[in-house]
Design a protein around this ligand. Structure first.
Ligand SMILES: O=C(O)[C@@H](CO)OP(=O)(O)O
Length: 248
């Protein structure tokens, strides 16, 4: 049986401070490193042996992948990085506190910015300090492809060429693949894999560093999906992600 495990990065320093992050390159917090270790332990106990891993260009996902594979003693496997797996670009919201933004603009507006399918936050200026146009990481990416903000729809449109041409076809040769990425980039992949509607996807909130396993038959059709870990604890973690955008 073929398996792809989707893993959101562990808690980042900006998750801890409850700030919109998007393409900002923040590190894992201490708790985030511990969460990545726990993910590695869970995957090891469940006897996973990955053939290949994929991650984004952002430190929090790369470090989560490295820590997880290290715990599993599988840090020798081939890893491919792509900017296409980056988090949804949060435009001018990047760096703002989510609760404070909800106090200013209302819970409903922040929910629209965070979880609507096709509405993007206000865009950054091209020469803003936070712009990918001035970040050497993206110097080889054609400028037409670089976002200054994104809706989930646009995030999915940028991920799909990589998913369809690289990750999913790799399942033909590989039995087990690990993808370490971000809350919204993974929500986009999950929407595609499970055929979730534009409306229903707004209710999915991914907890940090909880392995989400997708099983495929020999024809590469999805047969089953499940999280590794305690279902009650995972439910609470998902609720707490949903509540991050509330004024409280
Ligand atoms: O800020 C972000 O980049 C994302 C993930 O941390 O947040 P949200 O859950 O609000 O989409």
């Amino acid at each position: 049986m073929k398996k792809i495990v989707l893993l959101r990065h562990g808690q980042s320093t900006w998750n801890k401070e409850n700030k919109f992050t998007g393409w900002m390159n923040v590190d894992l917090s201490e708790q985030g490193v511990e969460e990545a270790k726990k993910a590695g332990k869970l995957l090891k106990e469940a006897n996973f042996h990955f053939d290949k891993a994929y991650t984004s260009y952002l430190k929090r996902a790369i470090k989560t992948l490295n820590v997880t594979l290290d715990v599993m003693d599988q840090d020798w496997i081939p890893v491919e990085k792509s900017w296409r797996l980056n988090e949804k670009h949060y435009g001018a919201l990047q760096g703002l506190n989510k609760s404070e933004t909800a106090v200013k603009y209302g819970d409903e507006q922040v929910h629209i910015w965070r979880r609507s399918y096709d509405i993007a936050p206000a865009a950054l200026e091209k020469n803003d300090d936070r712009s990918p146009f001035i970040d050497p990481r993206y110097q080889d990416v054609p400028s037409d492809y670089l976002p200054l903000t994104e809706s989930l729809k646009e995030t999915i449109e940028r991920i799909m060429p990589y998913w369809e041409c690289e990750i999913y076809p790799a399942l033909k040769k590989c039995d087990q693949i690990l993808v370490a990425a971000h809350g919204n980039s993974l929500r986009g992949i999950i929407k595609h894999l499970k055929g979730i509607s534009d409306e229903a996807i707004s209710e999915l909130n991914l907890p940090t560093a909880v392995p989400y396993v997708f099983e495929f038959d020999d024809d590469l059709k999805l047969t089953k999906d499940y999280f590794l870990g305690d279902p009650e604890e995972i439910k609470k973690l998902m609720e707490s992600v949903a509540n991050q955008g509330k004024s409280k």
